[in-house]
Design a protein around this ligand. Sequence first.
Ligand code: CTP
Ligand code: CA
Length: 224
Amino acid sequence: ENDILEKSPLKGTKFLITAGPTYEAIDPVRFIGNHSSGKMGFEIAKAAANLGAEVVLITGPTHQNVSHSLINVIAVISAQDMYDEAHKYFDNVNVAILSAAVADYKPKETASQKIKKKNKTLSLELVKTKDILGSLGEIKTHQYLVGFALETNNELENAKDKLKRKNLDLIVLNSLNDKGAGFKSDTNKVTFIDADENITAFQLKSKADVAADLLNKITEQLYA
Ligand code: CTP
Ligand code: CA
């Protein structure tokens, strides 16, 4: 009995995790997207499930695969789809970790037919997508809400600002300055900032190890 408890410290805890990029349709064959691999979000989902948590993993288009009895994978394409699914599950979770690289803008209109190359130039009008993380921050009650921040300058200040603005409990700052950290790689260099502005900087490590650090931090905060 005790053994089982120790191996599943997050048994009964429900997680919502977003991962990967979103694709915003230009026409039936084209989209605006980004190079997010989805790896970080999938590693977090696996780490949580391996600790006994029940996970809803909402993912944009990726090549990642996971098969785990405690992970429910929901595949989406666009920011709006991801927003809808995240809001569907948010009420029912204890922890939400939004690691997806959501497109900030989408085409104002999606052409219903393939756009032909008639003219010398082509302009697309873009409009903002909904901020999924920010919207959850506005409605959260009991949930422990975690966001990511990708910054290239003024990193700590920008990340702290994001933490406050989006009403988060924790933000994971991604350092892009270092080789081997970021979108496509297997490694990441992160800094955690919690709501009390405790700052913990980590060395460059595998995304699986970053996920383990993150689950440690969350478990500590939930059961402190
Ligand atoms: N995010 C989101 N929905 C969006 C945009 C971002 O949920 N439409 C989430 C990301 O998943 C991440 C956090 O917000 O957890 C921060 O993303 P980031 O791109 O760093 O910040 P933005 O708020 O989009 O601001 P900017 O890109 O201008 O820095
Ligand atoms: Ca953004």
